[in-house]
Design a protein around this ligand. Structure first.
Ligand code: FES
Length: 151
């Protein structure tokens, strides 16, 4: 259940100014780790911005998510350097270990698994990032112990 009082406080922090809807969305994203639909509609209605425009912004920018995210994001680099070094196997191992598919969040809300393009650490391929940590040279058989470390 989304507490709209929190959303209202964010909107008011930005003086309900329609020029600051992106900042409001950023604050909502930080607060809930995603942008709930009701929050987006609240921002649109109170700033008198078209709802469709805010949905467009929310889907256009990668920083925003309309789906609930886990506490920790696990990103598997599927850029070329990582791909040729077995990133697909690592991703499959993560899907098995977490019991979810890419793009999904574990039912306990702990992890969200996504794939990304080059994270700029090709020399360490294949690369997985977990939260702020960059892990290089990941082997698929190491995945269960890596997950355990972050659980
Ligand atoms: S391709 Fe994976 S870090 Fe560059």
């Amino acid at each position: 259940m989304v507490d709209l009082k929190i959303v209202d406080a964010i909107i008011e922090k930005w003086n309900t100014d329609p020029d600051f809807v992106i900042e409001m969305m950023q604050d909502v994203q930080d607060e809930f780790r995603y942008i709930p639909k009701v929050a987006l509609e609240r921002i649109a209605d109170r700033t008198e911005k078209p709802r469709g425009k805010l949905f467009h912004i929310a889907t256009f920018y990668n920083a925003f998510s309309l789906e609930q995210r886990g506490e920790t994001e696990i990103q598997v680099c599927m850029g070329t350097a990582c791909y040729v070094k077995g990133a697909a196997d690592v991703l499959a191992a993560l899907e098995r270990a977490l019991g979810i598919s890419r793009g999904e969040t574990t039912p306990d809300g702990k992890f969200t698994l996504t794939e990304v393009r080059c994270v700029g650490a090709c020399g360490l391929a294949p690369v997985v990032t977990i939260g702020d940590e960059v892990i290089g040279g990941v082997k698929s058989n190491e995945v269960p112990s890596i997950i355990k470390r972050f659980s």
